[in-house]
Design a protein around this ligand. Structure first.
Ligand SMILES: Cc1cc2nc3c(=O)[nH]c(=O)nc-3n(C[C@H](O)[C@H](O)[C@H](O)COP(=O)(O)O)c2cc1C
Length: 375
């Protein structure tokens, strides 16, 4: 049998994908204000990137009003947000595509100016992100991160309920599934990693305890969706937003093995080489490969992302390191990325300056290949 290719079909949960060029979750900060609901511009952006049998993982969306750390990010906790997302989902479905929503809480990667009532952001422990990293306030000032307030045990239970409610809201909006954002230094990862989790209760200390919050929010999503429509994203060896575990292998091996028992739709990695891809180009020499390290511990579908070209993606799939590749930055600038990779067309370079915030420039105005040919 021939090895699979980027363009062979793949079953993810109950869904039959026609190719393996997945759109990675991408924060673009262009939701309506003040509702933080998706708006027609966002519908157009996602519709442009939908393909028959292709999978889109929609941008990280906070599960609660205290889960934000940046402006213009769409939420998934209000009726207006559900209604806005329904338009996005309908447009993707109309093109025959599938779409999951990434469920997010930023924890300490926030500033009190984003918090209801101007209170401090919450986190597993009162440990600030180091001053090498800077926070942006709601009115655009660059400041040091504040020391977050440590969550009380009862509040952790309420947060798990927020994830459950958000999963229900995503179901009501018509999504095909949800992905738990367990990567990039945000709340779930703050629980996972020893530098941000100093708790002495059942959510801190041992690896088993630090993995507990991840397992609880994943289970809450499973309760709503069934395991085969829930994915989880992790970034072992990542250093985004002041994260980083000194010895990631024991922690992430345990997390991956625990998740493997649940029968999830997929596990999704961010390769260490691309940690912080949203902010700067990074040097990705001599870093380990998450897909290679953890694949032996995972029996289900494996997605990974991080600096893949079409050829590198093809090689990763043919060699069996991953089942599908999620593309971030080049999907921003190439709305027809699957077709371009399939036909070997040239790719349009992305413009980093328009990643976050704004209107159609750098968002819905990237041409498809045929338009370029006609130009
Ligand atoms: C503008 C931008 C926004 C991003 N937003 C998210 C996000 O909401 N959730 C997430 O898990 N990763 C996010 N990422 C990381 C991407 O999903 C992806 O893992 C990363 O860009 C590496 O893939 P690439 O090299 O193909 O861009 C973002 C990256 C960029 C560039």
């Amino acid at each position: 049998m021939n090895p699979p290719s980027l363009f062979s079909p793949l079953k993810i949960g109950p869904y039959q994908l026609k190719h393996r060029v997945v759109m990675a979750p991408l924060t673009r900060m262009r939701a309506a204000k003040p509702s933080l609901a998706p708006r027609p511009l966002n519908v157009e952006y996602y519709a442009q990137r939908a393909t028959p049998g292709g999978l889109i993982i929609a941008e990280a969306s906070p599960v609660a009003a205290n889960g934000f750390g940046s402006p213009g990010v769409p939420g998934i906790y209000s009726e207006a947000q559900i209604a806005g997302w329904r338009e996005v989902v309908d447009a993707v479905h109309a093109k025959g595509g599938f779409i999951f929503l990434q469920l997010w809480h930023v924890g300490r990667v926030s500033h009190s100016s984003f918090q209801p009532g101007g209170v401090l952001p919450v986190a597993p422990s009162a440990v600030p992100i180091s001053s090498e990293f800077k926070a942006m306030t709601a009115d655009g000032k660059v400041v040091d991160y504040e020391t977050p307030r440590a969550l009380e045990a009862g509040e952790i239970l309420l947060l798990v309920e927020s994830y459950r409610e958000a999963a229900r809201n995503a179901l009501a909006a018509g999504f095909d599934g949800v992905e738990i954002h367990g990567a990039n230094g945000y709340l779930v990862e703050q629980f996972l990693q020893s530098r941000s989790n100093l708790r002495t209760d059942q959510y801190g200390g041992s690896i088993e305890n630090r993995v507990r919050f991840l397992m609880e929010v994943t289970q809450a999503a499973i309760d709503v969706w069934g395991a085969n429509r829930v994915g989880v994203r992790l970034s072992p060896y990542g250093i985004a937003n002041g994260s980083g575990e000194a010895d990631p292998m024991p922690l992430y091996s345990h997390a991956v093995k625990s998740l493997d028992k649940l029968g999830l739709a997929y596990l999704h990695f961010i390769e260490p080489r691309s940690s912080g891809a949203g902010r700067a180009e990074v040097n990705w020499q001599n870093v380990p490969s998450a897909m290679v390290l953890y694949r032996p511990l995972w029996s289900g579908v494996l997605l990974t992302a991080g600096g893949f070209s079409g050829d590198a993606a093809q090689a990763a799939i043919a060699e069996g390191h991953a089942d599908a590749i999620a593309f971030g930055r080049i999907f921003i600038s190439n709305p027809d990325l699957p077709q371009r990779l399939q036909h070997g067309h040239e790719l349009t370079p992305y413009n980093r300056a328009t990643f976050y915030g704004g209107e159609e420039k750098g968002y819905t105005d990237y041409p498809v290949h045929d338009e370029m040919a006609q130009a």
